[in-house]
Design a protein around this ligand. Sequence first.
Ligand SMILES: N[C@@H](CCC(=O)N[C@@H](CS)C(=O)NCC(=O)O)C(=O)O
Length: 247
Amino acid sequence: MQARTLPLAYELYYWPSIQGRGEFVRLALEQAGAAYVDVARERGRGRGVAAMMALIEGDEAHAPFAPPFLKDGDLLIGQTAAILLHLGGRHALAPRDAAGRLWTHQLQLTIADLVDEAHDVHHPISADLYFADQKPEARRRAKHFREGRIPKFLGFFEGVLTRNPAGDAHLVGRSFTYADLSLFQVVEGLAYAFPKAMQRILRDVPHVAALRARVAQEPRIAAYLASERRLPFNEDDVFRHYPELDG
Ligand SMILES: N[C@@H](CCC(=O)N[C@@H](CS)C(=O)NCC(=O)O)C(=O)O
């Protein structure tokens, strides 16, 4: 098979005012030093939210269900974990061998499960209802999330780090993968949404906390976090800070 060349610029399609699930893709693109256009955040022909919706609602054979999605030349890829599987191979952000590639993908899918649960805390009944319409259920769900689910997920990643045969500095192998970047992002999001609970939980997962700090210091990630490209967390996002949900 002929190797495909890197595109001049990837096109990332995601909601323009939130980090959301698109942020996992942005972090990988930033760490790779890849050129990309954040299409819905730009204006003009073929840009903006209208261009994103046109792709979803159009007649593309591989039109995705929801953002984020990535255009790489002729390839159109939806689902955060699938996008990262693709980018990981192209930018050395995942191992080359099948077992390592699948393990990294598996970790990303586990992070996606955690992200879904974090979202469902403020929308436990339906994403189609406002938070204000499901507050009692959200409070109930938040207690279980803080006390059971976050510690279980982060405890799992703590174990992955300590069991990594190549050393406990990374989730997979001995260099940064997109799974490390994604674990950083999910911990950042949880710390924003549940600052009190996370202060306590992070004490029990020191390797996760150390990885979070190391990712933040990676030169390209640090530059990105300090730039205007990094949107602030907010209450339209997946990770939301509602004090009543933080116990
Ligand atoms: N499993 C998908 C979920 C995608 C998703 O839920 N996207 C949200 C924004 S973060 C969305 O716009 N959803 C529209 C909908 O569910 O109707 C992924 O990980 O990419």
